[in-house]
Structure formats: structure tokens, C-alpha cells
Design a protein around this ligand. Structure first.
Ligand SMILES: C[S@@+](CC[C@H](N)C(=O)[O-])C[C@H]1O[C@@H](n2cnc3c(N)ncnc32)[C@H](O)[C@@H]1O
Ligand SMILES: [Zn+2]
Length: 329
């Protein structure tokens, strides 16, 4: 944690400002220490360079979600150059120039792949928050940036007022017990005139995931020891990767009229250029999460309406997910 993070923090209990205690520092990075709210005495530790703001106990569903993703991102720690285009596609129509000098929040940053990019795009400061131990991987992945700050915290309970110019949340809200409440909580931290982008699984186009994969995920794979789920993901990824490389990619590139016969083509083609490791992590992600909602477009729209956002743009991505951006009035 860098001391600059204090500028953005406010105590949730009493609106007080935090005082910093440093026990171990490495350059600008405070590796061990604590922040304490003077007026009410609320106290949080800094461990391994990350500010830890989780409550003493989490509800059972959040605990399982944190375990699943903590495991996932500690196994799939890599960053690849494919993430840049993927990120920009998830937050479209926002572009990389938009980040310049903005104060940005990543709501559920996982291993920090988008925090890395937001920092590189020139954000003044990027704050990544995540419930799980993935935050430690995010710390290692973004260590070189002086404008990155990481907090292990619950999206529903963040220590901020309206301090952000831009907030994005990619692939997180559909894993919350109440996705809309997560979105509305994030918008409450936007400055007036600030923007938010969210990307969620769509109900439309995903009938087979809802009908076939979901029951397997809920009843079996999210409950198995993670190592076994990882093995199942490997068994699925091997033939999938072969099909992507020898069927989906060549047909879409060279025999375009035939693509209409391919199952789930828009999405599968979009991941057909990825490495085995990347697609392995995508498959594992779909099997391991204890909570996942598939959001209909109409419902997604109501999130933006209830947050009273303007300039709302909602588009279908790869015919299986929704991305939306809006501006706080
Ligand atoms: C599918 S991952 C996406 C991570 C990242 N946005 C990305 O695209 O690489 C979902 C992330 O949401 C986090 N998450 C789930 N519930 C959360 C909560 N209540 N508060 C904060 N983060 C949460 C998980 O720990 C996990 O890292
Ligand atoms: Zn306080």
C-alpha cells in the first residue's frame, strides 16, 4: 500500500479519516502496517503490501466465492498481451485514452490484469479491490506501478465516498449474491459526471449453459476439491482447444459462410486465438464459481435506470454477454 491511498479512504463507520502506521516499507510501498480511524478506532492491517479490510467473518456464500477465485487466480497468475484487446472489448465504447489522469476503481480485480492496463493507460490512480486472495497475485502483477493501490475488501462495503472518475467491473457482479445491489453500490462511489462500465454473463444466448453446465457447476464441480475441478477443466479444455484451432479458427478465417453451422460460434471464435493455459483458466472459471447468475438484458438495463445513469450504452458481446456503460448525473 502506498500512503497516497489514504487520500481516497473514508471510515465506513464514522466518516473519519484514517491514520497510517508503518512497520515495514520497501520504497514507496508499505508492506506491513495498519490504518486506524482516529475518531472511532476502527483498525485494519496492511499485510504483504495490501490493505486488508474484510470483516472478521464472511457469509458462507462469500467465503466459498473467495475460496474458489482465490484458488483460480493463484493457479492462473499469468498476464498475456491478449488481455489489452479483451479488456477494451469488455468496456467498449470506453477507449484507452479515456483513462488519462482519471481516478479509477476496479471492482473485483482478480489477479490484477485490468489494473495493470488501467495503470499503463495513464490513470492518475487505480484502486483494485477483491474479496479473495487473488489480491496478492494482483499485488505481484502490478508491483512496478506507482499509481496502483490494492485492497482486499467486499464490493458491498468499500471505504470510499464519491471519489472515482471511472469504475469498471468485469465478470464480477454476476458472482455476487445480489448483482444489482453490487452495481448500485459501485455507482455510489462515482463522482458526479463519473462513468461506470460493467460486463456480465447474459441470459440470452446461454440456454445450454443455464440448462446443462449450471446444474453441474452448482451440484458438483463447485463443491469438489479444487484440484479435481481443475483436472475436469483440463479434460474439457484439451478437445475444446483442438476444436478451436482446427475447426473454429480456420472456418471463420477462410470459409466464412460455413460459420453459421458452428455451435456457439461468436464466443468460441473470440477465444480461438488464446493459448491452452488461457482457455484452461476460462473453463475452470465456469466450473468453480459457487454463485453465477445469467442476466437478461432487460434486468441489466434496470440497474442503469435505478442508478439514474445517463448516456447509457448497452451492447451484446459475442452473443452471450452484456456490457454496459453509463454516466452519473
Ligand atoms: C471471474 S473473476 C474476474 C476477475 C477480474 N475482474 C478479471 O476479469 O480478471 C471474479 C472476481 O470477483 C471477485 N469477487 C467475488 N465476489 C466479490 C465481492 N463480494 N467483493 C469483491 N470481489 C468479489 C472474486 O474474488 C474474483 O476475483
Ligand atoms: Zn471511524
Amino acid at each position: 500500500m502506498k500512503s497516497k491511498l489514504l487520500e481516497y479512504l473514508t471510515c465506513k463507520k464514522c466518516d473519519g479519516k484514517f491514520e497510517l502506521k508503518v512497520y515495514k516499507q520497501d520504497g514507496a510501498e508499505i508492506m506491513e502496517g495498519s490504518v486506524c480511524c482516529e475518531p472511532c478506532g476502527d483498525n485494519f492491517s496492511i499485510r504483504g503490501g495490501v490493505l486488508r479490510m474484510l470483516p472478521a467473518s464472511l457469509s458462507e456464500d462469500k467465503k466459498q466465492t473467495a475460496e474458489a477465485f482465490g484458488y483460480e487466480w493463484r493457479k492462473f497468475t499469468h498476464l498475456t498481451d491478449k488481455y489489452r484487446d479483451q479488456f477494451l472489448s469488455w468496456i467498449k465504447p470506453i477507449t484507452s485514452d479515456f483513462f488519462k489522469d482519471k481516478v479509477v476503481l476496479d471492482g473485483g480485480c482478480g489477479k490484477g490484469r485490468h489494473v495493470y492496463l488501467a495503470a499503463e493507460f495513464g490513470a492518475r490512480d487505480v484502486i483494485g479491490i477483491d474479496l479473495s486472495e487473488a489480491i496478492d497475485v494482483a499485488f505481484l502483477n502490478t508491483r512496478k506501478f506507482s499509481n496502483v493501490h490494492l485492497i482486499q475488501a467486499d464490493i458491498y462495503n468499500l471505504p470510499f465516498k464519491q471519489v472515482f472518475d471511472y469504475i469498471y467491473s468485469i465478470g464480477v457482479l454476476h458472482h455476487l449474491p445480489d448483482p444489482k445491489r453490487g452495481f448500485l453500490t459501485l455507482t455510489s462511489h462515482l463522482k458526479p459526471g463519473g462513468s461506470i462500465s460493467a460486463w456480465v454473463y447474459g441470459r440470452e444466448g446461454n440456454w445450454w449453459i443455464e440448462k446443462i453446465i449450471n446444474p453441474i457447476r452448482i451440484g458438483i464441480t463447485s463443491k469438489l476439491p479444487k484440484i479435481i475441478t481443475k483436472f475436469i477443466a483440463f479434460i474439457i479444455t484439451a478437445p475444446l482447444q483442438l476444436a478451436l484451432k482446427v475447426i473454429y479458427r480456420p472456418i471463420n478465417k477462410y470459409v466464412n459462410p460455413l460459420k453459421k453451422f458452428l455451435f456457439y460460434n461468436d464466443y468460441l471464435y473470440s477465444i480461438s486465438g488464446y493459448s491452452f493455459q488461457e482457455n484452461y483458466s476460462i473453463v475452470f472459471d465456469h466450473l468453480v464459481a459457487p454463485t453465477a447468475f445469467y442476466i437478461p438484458r432487460d434486468e441489466f438495463q434496470t440497474w442503469f435506470d435505478e442508478a439514474r445513469l445517463s448516456e447509457v450504452v448497452i451492447t451484446w458481446r459475442n452473443k452471450n454477454s452484456w456490457r454496459g456503460t453509463g454516466v452519473k448525473i
